[in-house]
Design a protein around this ligand. Structure first.
Ligand SMILES: *Cc1c(COP(=O)(O)O)cnc(C)c1O
Length: 378
């Protein structure tokens, strides 16, 4: 019996809400279910303004437009991430300046950001890898000092938190000027494809809605704030249909249950592999004191690429699908000639040595134990 790497979890109400959305006769975007989802996030996490999008990639494209990124602007981004962190800024003409990861986890190393800043730098995009917070106090302090915008790629970071020097526990996605979440089927909360833009800075609220509505002021029109709707800015088709929002609503209603279950699985892995770490020098995930763990992912880091790949093969022989993760973007076939040549050692190291174990709601204790046993005997 195969153990896949991921299995999308259905809460049970997805079809019911989709049927309701279809029956209502309003199946394009920005209807009842879109509103329910957006309100949920705004109330629960205190996000200033939420707009559902068709993907996190789209939400990041909206960020690049909102920040007026143009030819020649520079944007600092970790190299150890998915292409969607970088593409939206490149599409608007930015020069991407890749930064290295930390030693303790794959997040951007805040200590290495300042030397990358030039008069052309416009924004820093951070990624909360595995839902574990970046060192946000340091990053926000740098952004203040140099007057830069901060975008949180919070694709993996739903329901995770950061506690800064002020002692206040803040949800990830609420700290940067803008943030983007993903509801792709590989994330904790899903809608097949799907995402959300979060606007925390008041200056971007009105324009975000316009960009979202293809460059028109249709949202203001529906609210009766203007008497006709017009083309007022650039924009695109970023909002998902009500069918997707209805699916997402069924998931959000079960957020606490999903998170509880995933954290249990994560803890089982962690305690099961603790003594393995001692013997083999394999590293388990590190959650810094300022961060929480939202159990998006369980990864281990090997000492060598050979051992990592060998374990992938060994587990495969036992029908267990463990997978590696990102290949450094600065070395990618697309970007390598655009990169300035700096060696990003930590990012490359995670590309070579990090392994992700199966992680999904319906993973049983029996299967987790099988994975742990096979990993330990290796
Ligand atoms: C999944 C992911 C994305 C892309 O999300 P989509 O919703 O598929 O566009 C972007 N960044 C990170 C870090 C991700 O994990």
């Amino acid at each position: 019996m195969d153990i896949g790497f991921n299995k999308p979890y259905l809460t049970g109400n997805e079809n019911k809400y989709i049927t309701d959305a279809v029956a209502s006769g309003k199946i394009s975007g920005n209807g009842k279910y879109t509103q329910l989802c957006q309100d949920f996030f705004e109330k629960r996490y205190g996000f200033r303004k939420c707009l559902l999008t068709t993907s996190c990639t789209d939400a990041l494209e909206m960020c690049a437009i909102l920040l007026n990124i143009k030819d020649g602007d520079e944007v600092i981004i970790p190299s150890y991430t998915f292409v969607s962190t970088a593409n939206p800024f490149l599409l608007r003409g930015a020069k991407i300046v890749f930064a290295d990861s930390m030693d303790i986890n794959p997040n951007i190393d805040a200590e290495l950001i300042e030397v990358l800043i030039t008069p052309k730098t416009k924004a820093i995009v951070v990624v909360h890898y595995a839902g574990i917070a970046c060192d946000m106090d340091k990053i926000m302090a740098i952004s203040k000092k140099y007057n830069l915008f901060v975008v949180e790629d919070a694709a993996q970071a739903i329901d995770s938190f950061y506690t800064g020097m002020d002692g206040v526990k803040k949800p990830l996605g609420s700290i940067g000027h803008l943030a983007a979440f993903s509801f792709h089927e590989t994330k904790n909360i899903i809608s097949g494809e799907g995402g959300m833009l979060v606007v925390n800075d008041d200056r971007f609220v009105a324009r975000a809605e316009i960009i979202w509505e293809k460059g028109t002021n249709r949202s203001a029109f529906w609210r009766g704030e203007v008497d006709k709707y017009n083309w007022v800015d650039i924009g695109s088709s970023f909002l998902p249909s009500e069918i997707i929002a209805a699916f997402l609503w069924a998931q959000l209603e079960n957020l606490d249950d999903i998170q509880k279950k995933r954290k249990e699985i994560w803890e089982q892995y962690y305690s099961g592999l603790l003594n393995y770490r001692g013997k083999s020098k394999v590293k388990l995930p590190v959650v810094p004191g300022y961060a929480t763990n939202n159990a998006h992912m369980f990864y281990i880091v090997f000492e060598t690429i050979e051992n990592r790949n060998l374990l992938i093969k060994k587990l495969k022989d036992k029908q267990i699908n463990a997978v590696f993760h990102y290949l450094s973007l600065h070395n990618s076939p697309f970007f390598t000639n655009l990169h300035d040549g700096r060696i990003l050692e930590k990012s490359d190291s995670y590309s070579n040595k990090l392994l992700r174990l199966p992680m999904f709601y319906e993973l049983t204790t029996e299967k987790i134990n099988k994975i742990i046993t096979n990993t330990k005997t290796f």
